[in-house]
Design a protein around this ligand. Structure first.
Ligand code: TYM
Length: 332
């Protein structure tokens, strides 16, 4: 049975991009594969070196994982920093990761642009740590959104390089996985780019958002004055609104607004109202579950310690084998 690994950084609440890009697949995959889903708290330090409340952030993502339907009875849910074996794997992989190739990674270049005051080595080697997360369980499949494609390519590079250097076929080649569909990119509400936690207030819809917040954010989404020529192509902001609608609305609702757009009689206010109501219905069971689970600290603790145990067993085995392959031998 193939092994699956994926994680989400603990830098904020989960949003619609995380859900449709990753978690929706986690939920389906957990019943079909050997799955490890973790919370990337080491990774969060690359951009947030002094987080105000690291533990609370991790707790929140855990609760939200469970609220979405991750079942700790069938998959392994753990915290990245509970598995220091990952850090050793990262060290080993770093020896064969080249600075030149790391400097060319798009997400690194973007981070340099956004945070010129904090270009740390952790940021540069972010893809190596991600490769360590995946390779530590020898995963074949990695459910992620489109923005992680290049990181996956790097993981394959590092795994293959290890195999070549040590003349082994130890690491499988992990691929980004979305049940045969193209990888998802959920757009933000600000008219351009992807939905993300660091893209500014109002750009993201969070799974925990209540109905009033969802309405407010969607009604403020960027639009324009509407098409004037029939069948004209959609500007990015409008295309984005339709993309969001396709995630949560019924097919005939989408057809209705597509037709209205083509015929130049679309009213964006009506479209946004409909999108907001459909979004509320879609997210309501998740946000309700988040509130329920938030107070169940004992249950969360149990999930974490059981997850840690299972993840450790898998990681220790891989790490020990990797050490042997490289040539580390114990003298005792
Ligand atoms: P992160 O925390 O930025 O995002 C977590 C997951 O959500 C997906 N995602 C999106 N998908 C579609 N549209 C969007 N707008 C959108 N925003 C986020 C991401 O593709 C991702 O799947 N480096 C990773 C975390 C990580 C990881 C790993 C993932 C660390 N180690 C090992 C897989 C395997 C990250 O920063 O994701």
């Amino acid at each position: 049975m193939d092994t699956v690994v994926s994680g989400i950084r603990s830098t904020g609440n989960l949003h619609l991009g995380n859900y449709f890009g990753a978690i929706k697949n986690f939920i389906r995959m957990q019943h079909e594969y050997r799955c490890f889903f973790f919370i990337a708290d080491y990774h969060s330090l690359t951009t947030h070196p002094t987080p105000e409340n690291l533990q609370q952030n991790v707790y929140q993502v855990l609760v939200e994982y469970l609220a979405c339907g991750l079942d700790p009875e069938v998959c392994t849910i753990y915290i990245q920093s509970d598995l220091p074996e990952t850090a050793e794997m990262y060290l080993l992989l770093n020896m064969n990761a080249y600075v030149g190739e790391l400097e060319r990674v798009t997400s690194f270049k973007e981070k340099i642009r956004k945070h010129p005051d904090n270009i740390n080595a952790g940021l540069l080697t972010y893809p190596v740590l991600m490769a360590a997360d995946i390779l530590i369980h020898k995963a074949q499949k990695v459910p992620v959104g489109k923005d992680q494609e290049q990181h996956l390519e790097m993981t394959r590079t590092f795994g293959n390089r290890f195999n070549r250097l040590y003349k082994t076929d130890f690491f499988p080649e992990p691929v980004a996985f979305n049940f045969g569909e193209t990888l998802v990119k959920v757009p933000g509400l600000d008219g351009s780019g992807k939905m993300g936690k660091s893209e500014g207030e109002g750009n993201a819809l969070y799974l925990k958002d209540d109905a009033a917040t969802i309405r407010k954010k969607i009604m403020r989404a960027v639009t324009d004055s509407g098409p004037v020529v029939p069948n004209s192509p959609k500007p990015e902001a409008i295309e984005n609104l339709f993309s969001l609608m396709k995630l949560v609305s019924a097919p005939d609702t989408i057809t209705h607004f597509e037709k209205a757009y083509t015929e130049c009689n679309i009213r964006y206010g009506d479209m946004k109202k409909q999108l907001a109501e459909d979004m509320i219905v879609y997210l309501e069971p998740i946000s309700r579950k988040i509130s329920e689970l938030n107070s169940d600290k004992e249950y969360i603790k149990k999930v974490v310690s059981r997850g840690r145990e299972k993840a450790k067993e898998s990681a220790c085995k891989t790490l020990e084998d990797a050490r042997q392959i490289i040539g580390f031998r114990r003298f005792y």
